[in-house]
Design a protein around this ligand. Structure first.
Ligand code: ADP
Ligand code: MG
Length: 307
């Protein structure tokens, strides 16, 4: 459905996006994950015809965005990183304004606005001025504005930044509902837990490049990061460690009174606990260390996602 090939963009001496390629399938929630400055917004802006690329191609449903920008614009909705609403207008009037830019017939537009306000949970507030809205509510109106012309594809650029936790959950639910209705979603964020919750496939971006992409399971398989349990004991003897190693065919390393056991947590945890009991090791504390995207990012770049 969307094909990005060798896309690049520089600003003076900054290589904001450096030769990236990926495809997005119909009906997916595709996540673009990376720290601030990775090039996510520049990528989204090029894909949505807001910004011209230096090199590379983007095809949307087989249409080249350079050759057929107007066809592409009809297919996509964009929720930009910056809020673009008029503070002194009501929510309803803001949406009327955005809808008129798409030349949607008035009757159809009014109907669509009410339908979307219902979906985003703000129908009761439709006649309130935007300046009385919270950051999260403004975001939801921004999402509504991007949906008025019934796009098949929705781009959301860090839609939860500066949003309270309740609105954040609301935004997730809206995205899930839209996706269930068949809309393909492209979602950028620097919060790994958001892509873990929402996305079918992920591209991890850093310094203008895509450093890994795939489903979460694929990213985990290809990374060197292993799952582990970390168990703290009251005391440990050399002999007990030897006994444990005899019972478990797993990599075990020691850190004072803790043992770190690399394993498939779901499969091995009960065996590990039995083995500790057999060796008379008294467990004080146990921490499960699942492989998450944060750990994968750290192993690929040597950096934390959030600095
Ligand atoms: P992200 O959205 O991942 O935070 P951006 O795409 O906004 O990253 O930015 C990528 C890099 O390009 C950053 O170093 C940023 O400072 C730079 N950049 C983005 N837009 C411009 C611009 N209009 N002029 C100059 N530099 C820019
Ligand atoms: Mg950005």
């Amino acid at each position: 459905m969307i094909q990005v090939t060798n896309l690049s963009k520089s600003f003076e001496n900054i290589h904001a996006v450096n030769n990236i390629s990926f495809t997005i399938k119909r009906g997916e929630v595709f996540g673009l994950l990376g720290p601030n400055g990775a090039g996510k917004s520049t990528t989204i802006n090029m894909m949505s015809t807001i910004l011209k690329s230096d090199e590379g191609e983007v095809y949307i449903n087989g249409n080249d965005i350079k050759q057929n920008p107007n066809i592409c614009k009809q297919l996509i909705g964009v929720v930009p990183q910056e809020i673009s609403l008029y503070d002194d207008f009501t929510a309803y009037d803001n949406l009327m304004f955005w809808g008129s830019l798409y030349k949607i017939p008035a009757k159809e537009l009014k109907h669509k606005i009410l339908e979307i306000l219902e979906l985003i949970g703000l129908i009761d507030r439709k006649d309130d001025l935007i300046k009385t809205y919270s950051g999260g509510m403004k975001r939801r109106i921004n999402i509504a504005a991007a949906l008025l012309h019934k796009p098949e594809i929705l781009f959301l650029d860090e839609p939860t930044v500066g949003v309270d936790p309740q609105s954040r959950n609301r935004i997730f639910e809206i995205i899930e509902t839209l996706n269930q209705q068949g809309i393909t979603i492209i979602y950028t964020t620097h919060y790994m837990e958001e892509v873990e919750r929402l996305c079918n496939r992920i591209a991890i971006m850093d310094s203008g490049r895509i450093i890994a992409q795939g489903t979460q399971a694929e990213l985990q398989q290809h990374s060197n990061v292993k799952e582990a349990v970390e168990i703290a004991f009251q005391s440990i003897s050399e002999n007990q460690i030897v006994q444990l190693k005899e019972q478990l065919q797993l990599k075990i390393s020691q850190n004072n009174l803790k043992l770190i056991i690399e394993c498939d947590v779901n499969k091995d945890l009960s065996n590990i606990i039995s083995a500790c009991n057999n060796s008379n090791l008294k467990i004080e504390d146990i921490v499960v260390k699942k492989v998450n995207l944060e750990a994968i990012f750290l192993s690929l770049t040597g950096k934390q996602l959030r600095d």
